[in-house]
Design a binder for this molecule. Structure first.
Ligand code: ADP
Ligand code: MG
Length: 143
């Protein structure tokens, strides 16, 4: 195990459902610490840029529209095994496949509108954290 950072987004449907506190409570109870946070309504450039890895996928334009449909809350979370831990708490992409008690099983409406994003590995986590927080936007805990 290693201390990692992961990029977490409460997507527009999660914000609309007023789940910000509920979701971050789950991450905090699992030992993850918020080390960066911002609320933002993504522009077209930002939504396309963030999901550029999916630009050849058939759902890309719907995904970009969905991510711009309302404000999102973006955080960087830190902790032991943060990337995998965050993905476990989030649940599978399709809520129909997500384990009971995961965020997506509990709150997601569909494979597209699935409430949360989490990085899928250390390399993407670093790129995604820099995308939203630059070089100096993360605040390591000092106490
Ligand atoms: P995850 O968010 O679990 O890492 P992916 O990276 O594969 O999943 O996909 C990014 C996002 O694109 C998903 O969270 C979901 O919002 C959307 N998405 C993925 N697959 C589909 C699909 N088959 N149809 C519609 N939207 C999808
Ligand atoms: Mg992904």
């Amino acid at each position: 195990m290693a201390v990692e950072q992961t990029l977490s987004i409460i997507k527009p449907d999660g914000v609309q459902k007023n789940l910000i506190g509920e979701i971050y409570s789950r991450f905090e109870k699992a030992g993850l610490e918020i080390v960066a946070a911002r609320m933002i309504h993504l522009t077209l450039d930002q939504a396309q840029g963030f999901y550029a890895v999916h630009k050849e996928r058939p759902f890309y334009s719907d995904l970009v529209s969905y991510m711009m449909s309302g404000p999102v809350v973006v955080t960087a979370l830190q902790g032991e095994d943060a990337i995998l831990k965050h993905r476990e708490i989030m649940g599978a992409t399709n809520p129909a496949d997500a384990d009971p008690g995961t965020i997506r099983a509990d709150f997601a409406a569909s494979i597209e509108e699935n409430v949360v994003h989490g990085s899928d590995g250390p390399d993407t986590a670093a790129v995604e954290i820099a995308f939203f927080f630059g070089d100096d936007g993360v605040c390591p805990r000092t106490r």
